[in-house]
Design a protein around this ligand. Structure first.
Ligand code: GLN
Length: 304
């Protein structure tokens, strides 16, 4: 029998602060490069309505690629299976911002969570709308999921990424050259950088992740079948070329972001958000991954 969850989180927070290696922050977005890596927060929202947290759990951070889960949910709601003509569902085995695979495979990104795939998903959500409307829809989805209106986009981070986003521009222009972009690279990336720049604390993110738990106790935002599929994609592709390692060590579906956040789902049980801005070599949170591995082990949460 394990200790109560609040105690476990408290202990994890203390343990994570012992090792002096915090990893390296994502310097390619200068605004994120300024963040102190020595921070750690964790929150768990359970299907029965409880929220437990420890560490820097009220500090808002840049959720970055974690928003790809929310935009994918919206895109699938709009386009359904037609989306899969434009983007695949296989792990890429490459860095999240890799260019080479996109060219080799004719402009159809491997999956919706690598940057090229998320750019296509953003383009899909933008179709027929202006960026302001699309961002409004994404914000409304995230705020409703979290039951919290105090969630915002950090304009300074969005601008910082836009000014330095040469790789993403390369990906978007290549997608356009193959006919897999309906909107201009500027319009699509402007929207993409903005939704990546949404900020949440781990408490808010854990709350926002509840729609992926699939519990009859929670309000339903998307179809059950779609929840399963989002979880499958998070498990196989949510940590890029580190997805296999994450599945091996942690064993639950999860999505990471270069802001150092991870949103993980224990199907039927809980949504977990962890944040520590220092990253490992795959661009996933170093301490966040370790904390998730320990938590899943203590709680017996691996789906395997
Ligand atoms: N906005 C970031 C980028 O496009 C997101 C990457 C990430 O979080 N892995 O590079």
């Amino acid at each position: 029998m394990s200790a109560p969850l609040p105690e476990i989180l408290h202990q994890l927070n203390a343990d994570m602060r012992e090792d002096p290696d915090w990893g390296a922050v994502a310097a390619y977005i200068p605004e994120l490069g300024r963040i102190d890596p020595a921070q750690f927060g964790i929150a768990v929202a359970t299907a029965d309505g409880a929220l437990h947290a420890a560490g820097d759990a009220d500090t808002a951070f840049s959720v970055q690629s974690i928003t790809k889960v929310f935009t994918l949910a919206i895109a699938l709601g709009r386009a359904g299976d037609h989306l899969w003509k434009r983007v695949g569902r296989e792990p890429s085995g490459r860095a999240f911002n890799s260019i080479v695979q996109l060219e080799a495979e004719g402009g159809r990104p491997r999956n919706p969570f690598i940057n090229a795939g998320a750019i296509v998903v953003t383009d899909q959500v933008l179709t027929g709308c202006e960026p302001r409307e699309t961002l409004g829809e994404i914000m409304q989805f995230v705020r409703t999921a979290a039951s919290d209106d105090n969630i915002h986009i950090n304009e300074t981070v969005a601008t910082s990424e836009n000014v330095h986003g040469h790789r993403n521009y390369a990906l978007a222009h290549f997608l356009a050259s193959t006919g897999n972009l309906n909107n201009s690279p500027e319009k699509t990336l402007g929207t993409y950088f903005h939704h990546c720049a949404i900020e949440m604390s781990v408490k808010q993110l854990a709350m926002a992740g509840r729609f992926l738990i699939d519990s009859p106790q929670l309000p339903r935002m998307i179809l059950t079948q779609r929840i399963r599929r989002l979880n499958a994609l998070m498990m196989t592709c949510g940590h890029y070329d580190g997805s296999g390692d994450f599945a091996y060590r942690v064993g639950i579906p999860a999505k990471s972001g270069v802001g150092g956040g991870i949103l993980a789902v224990v199907p039927g049980v809980a949504s977990v958000a962890v944040w520590s801005p220092g990253l490992n070599r795959y661009g996933n949170s170093l301490k966040g991954t370790e904390a998730m591995a320990r938590l899943a082990r203590i709680m017996g949460w691996s789906v395997f």
